[in-house]
Design a protein around this ligand. Structure first.
Ligand code: SAM
Length: 215
């Protein structure tokens, strides 16, 4: 029987991390300041940030939506993969998170590209126009993911991509019974059932979903 995959243990992963874009000093500082300010430590992992950034760079994304800003870590990382005229609107429900993110975005080298929109993404996404977005990154409440996917398929242009964090659900995605785990499984089921979406799960960090809206 042929070997189809190689398990990545901690030693191998540590080596691979040295061959991946490293976390820069600004993002490392943001992470530390966010923890000190009492924000939950639930930002994406540096290797996921590298992956998102390179996907956006590869597709020359100009117009990106993020759902779930927290302190702005992923928004700044993604903006670094976009041209100077590119724009990210990142949606955040907690005013304190948005305030922290705005400050760190304003002081970053990506300030002009990122706008923080405060509100419940379940409402704010519905106000945006069809078919104009190149890429969407979902990283907010997991019980909202099925709805965010439906909205994403409306908002994306043909060929646009939707990415989402946490699709490994801490290893419980296949059969976990907690609300979050069930919701993430429902998200993957909805993605598989969408006739105009092709997708793959990339096992980086807690898992990144990557889907392309077909023509
Ligand atoms: C996992 S964190 C985002 C991390 C961020 N993407 C990063 O990696 O730096 C999730 C964020 O989504 C926000 N959130 C939760 N429910 C939301 C909703 N319905 N609409 C908008 N934001 C929401 C939370 O307040 C939290 O700041």
């Amino acid at each position: 029987m042929s070997k189809t995959s190689t398990p990545v243990d901690e030693r191998l992963f540590a080596f691979l991390a040295t061959k991946t874009i490293a976390e820069d000093d600004y993002l490392a500082g943001l992470r530390i300041a966010a923890a000190k300010a009492g924000l939950p430590e639930i930002h994406i992992a540096p290797e996921q940030a590298a992956y998102l950034q390179l996907q956006l760079r590869a597709m020359n994304a100009m117009n990106v939506i993020e759902v779930g800003t927290l302190g702005g870590y992923s928004a700044i990382a993604m903006a670094r993969g976009m041209p100077a005229a590119g724009r990210i609107v990142t949606h955040e429900i907690e005013p304190a998170h948005a305030e922290f993110a705005r400050k760190w975005i304003a002081n970053s080298d990506q300030a002009g590209k990122i706008e923080v929109s405060v509100g419940n993404a379940a409402d704010t996404l519905r106000k945006l126009p069809d078919g104009e977005t190149d890429a969407i990154f979902l990283d907010a409440d997991k019980t909202g993911y099925v709805d965010y996917l439906e909205q994403s398929l409306r908002l994306l242009r043909p060929g646009g991509v939707v990415m989402a964090d946490n699709v490994l659900a801490g290893g419980q995605i296949a059969d976990g019974t907690e609300e979050k785990e069930v919701a993430l499984r429902a998200f993957l089921d909805a993605a598989m059932a969408a006739p105009n979406l092709q997708s793959v799960v990339v096992p980086l960090g807690d898992g990144i979903f990557f889907g392309v809206k077909r023509d």
